[in-house]
Design a protein around this ligand. Sequence first.
Ligand code: T4K
Length: 370
Amino acid sequence: MKSEDIFVTKPSLPQLESFLPYLEEIWSSQVLTNAGKFHNLFETALAEYLGVKHVSIFANGTLALLTAIRSLDLKGEVITTPYSFVATAHSLLWNDLTPVFVDVDPFGFNMDASKIEAAITDNTSAILPVHCYGYPCDVEKITKIAKKHDLAVIYDAAHAFDVRDSAGSILKYGDLSILSFHATKVFNTFEGGAVISSTAEQKEKIDRMKNFGITDEVSVVETGINGKMNEFQSALGLLQLKNVGQAIRGRGELSARYDEALASVRGVSIMSHMAAEHHNYAYYPLLIEENYSISRDELYEKLRDERIFTRRYFYPLISSFSMYNHLPSSCAANLPCANAIANQVLCLPLYPDLCFDEQDRVIDRIQKYS
Ligand code: T4K
């Protein structure tokens, strides 16, 4: 890594000194995992911070998603989006469920709710939408469709830490939502994740399932897994909660600077209209359209040559990978908007420590090549 390198993201970390007392306590107590003091404190503090009732913290977001889906005893087909990180669809295959891909909205990145009903069959048991980049899905429409057809809804909210609409946390919708606290996310515990349950009974089940399905020393009542978050991650999470508000404000300021500088660039579409009322600025996606002077991939490479490392999240589409491309719903004709957007998107560097000079270097190059 050279000093002039600019990456798509960098993790936010607390001051090392502020973490030392937590480490000392873990070392002296020798309680390292299995619902220790910091696990329980972090879980409670997180629920309060997010404004939700039932949170279960996990070792990572993928285990949270696998467990959330498994807890609902689903069968058959689950409607989802091809425009996401591959963990979304993998979590269905791991649960022996068949993904059915629905196209994304022509003006955005989330599943087009108006296309869901056409994808429902007698075998459909659930909908798995993604709040992509933290932009909220059409939760009202999805709720109505799910009720009408008696389907479960699990939101992959890996990007949606502390996103709120006028009714409060976006995590309140659906039967379950999951979060990721990976190093590249707005809020990180190195690795980590959570399931947000809609009822106390559901949380109880998730908590049991993340601990092998154990109920007491001599009883195991279901096929659980080891999804537990350890004391190190939990203590870090507790400390990170103190800083995340400021980190989100910093991201917001940088996003506004990008908006202002890039809105009038020919061939570039900014997506600020998609932000929630209380947004988290998890990513800064741009669309590089046909009337930009070079293609998205040429721009990506030119920037990389200048040591600016953007990312094409989410290209290629999940539906193009070998374990999915045989599915009828993966065909290009079914997913025109997702294919178009995957070929145009470029996520720009965005993290609280990105200084204005570095950001101006990114802006300057995008303007220069237009
Ligand atoms: N659902 C959705 C919708 C998701 O996006 C994800 C994860 C999940 C579910 C599953 O959640 P987890 O099980 O991961 O909790 C990253 C992440 O690995 C992944 O968490 C994330 N989504 C996905 C969108 O992106 P990469 O392959 O882009 O990461 P990487 O290693 O290329 O890092 C990108 C940049 O970040 C690097 O260029 C430098 C910087 N970086 C990265 C790491 C890991 C650092 O500065 N420090 C670091 O430690 O996948």
